[in-house]
Design a protein around this ligand. Structure first.
Ligand SMILES: *Cc1c(COP(=O)(O)O)cnc(C)c1O
Length: 398
């Protein structure tokens, strides 16, 4: 059941395939299909056309001049994933995996969603590819994220409420896995981040690598050199690994992942798996997990629903262990402040997830050398967060 330490699917001691035996053939089929297709010219051509004409790639790399000059010494660039179709980087992975499903002849797609962002991306590509779409979502999240539930329904998806446990993302994931075990012959499970059993963390990373590949070309064209820092928020870790990965080989480029510090690490109300979790197994892979002394999963907390996951991708655990990337935390308050600073200086309303990365860039910019180049992955836009922002900033309608 479990592949060895050096086997594919492991990042150092992290990753693997901790799943019921019934799923092993499906994971092996997925791995075989992926390895064949990833270098297939017609698959690559089809994917790149969709990314260009449907998703709006390449997304711009934007020099945020006022943000930079008014807040410190660095030149801050924003990689504008907020401008991608459906408002975040998640579509890159949804498009890639739906093509895998199509080539595998599977017409029923299942997925889990927390805030509904991944559910919306999956429902979107299912509409485009005429696939049946079932999205598992916790009842608590359904209540909190009504607009995304309506979006998914509008796009033709069935949203299945999950009433077990804390009625949130990890419970929805358990139900999606249960569905997959029963319907594995006809059904493709479209995972939304670099988590889950091998080969998902690798597949999702490869579909998100486009962010970093574009960034590398764009910064070389604009500045004639690589950046000093790349900063990205980390929930499951897909937007971060996507922008980090093409830069791993350039040791002068410092990579910083920002976890949700919530109300502060000492409060216990956070989602900082790498900073405050312990090694364990969650949803089929070994990584850092938020758990208590008995190994029970601790409910994560963040003001941004997309960072609210008790685990983290195994490759991030590995990058932390070998010291190639560092992982810091930013609190709710700092993220909210960063949303406002960015809105007022650049006219860009960021997603609360992405604002964690912006907040850290602003902190860093006060300490670095003049003209240091900092790139922030602006993973998504803030439309979905407006009601949270309205409440926080008490923006009444007079
Ligand atoms: C889902 C989401 C995230 C967190 O997911 P990762 O897999 O860590 O990237 C970050 N930003 C936005 C805008 C999201 O929608």
């Amino acid at each position: 059941m479990v592949v060895g330490r050096e086997a594919p699917g492991y990042f150092g001691p992290f990753g693997g395939r901790f799943v019921p035996e019934t799923l092993i053939p499906a994971l092996e089929e997925l791995e075989r299909t992926y390895l064949t297709l990833k270098d297939d010219p017609s698959f690559k051509e089809e994917l790149s056309l969709i990314l260009r004409d449907y998703c709006g790639r390449p997304t711009p790399l934007y020099y945020a001049e006022r943000l930079s000059k008014e807040n410190g010494r660095a030149k801050i660039y924003l990689k504008r994933e907020d401008l991608a179709h459906t408002g975040a980087h998640k579509i890159n992975n949804a498009v890639g995996q739906i093509l895998l499903a199509k080539y595998m002849g599977k017409r029923r797609i299942i997925a889990e969603t927390g805030a509904g962002q991944h559910g919306v991306a999956v429902a979107t590509v299912c509409a485009k590819f005429n696939m049946e779409c079932c999205i598992y979502m916790g009842e608590e999240d359904i209540k909190r994220q009504k607009l995304n539930v309506y979006r998914m329904k509008m796009l033709g998806a069935e949203v299945i409420p999950v009433s077990s446990g804390s009625k949130t993302l990890k419970d929805a994931t358990n139900e999606a896995i249960r569905d997959w075990v029963s319907n594995v012959d006809t059904t493709y499970y479209l995972i939304g981040s670099v988590v889950g059993p091998h080969p998902y963390p690798t597949i999702v990373r490869d579909f998100q690598r486009i962010i970093g590949e574009e960034t590398r070309e764009q910064i070389l064209a604009k500045e004639g050199r690589l950046p000093d820092y790349i900063i990205a928020c980390v929930g499951g870790g897909s937007n971060a690994i996507g922008i980090f990965h093409p830069f791993l080989e350039y040791s002068q480029v410092k990579l910083i992942g920002v976890e949700a510090g919530g109300k502060g690490l000492t409060s216990g109300l956070h989602a900082a798996s790498l900073n405050a979790g312990r090694i364990g197994v969650l949803h089929g892979c070994k990584s850092y997990v938020l758990q208590d002394e008995d190994g029970q999963i601790v409910n994560p907390y963040s003001i941004s629903a997309g960072l609210d996951y008790p685990g983290v991708g195994p490759e991030h655990a590995f990058l932390k262990e070998i010291g190639r990337a560092t992982y810091v935390t930013v609190t709710d308050e700092e993220a909210l402040e960063a949303v406002m600073i960015l809105a007022r200086s650049e006219g860009i309303i960021a997603a609360l997830e992405s604002a964690h990365a912006v907040a850290y860039a602003l902190r860093l910019s006060k300490t670095v050398d003049e003209e240091s180049i900092v790139i922030v992955n602006l993973s998504g836009r803030g439309d979905k967060d407006m009601s949270t922002l309205i409440d926080h900033f008490r923006m009444g309608v007079e």
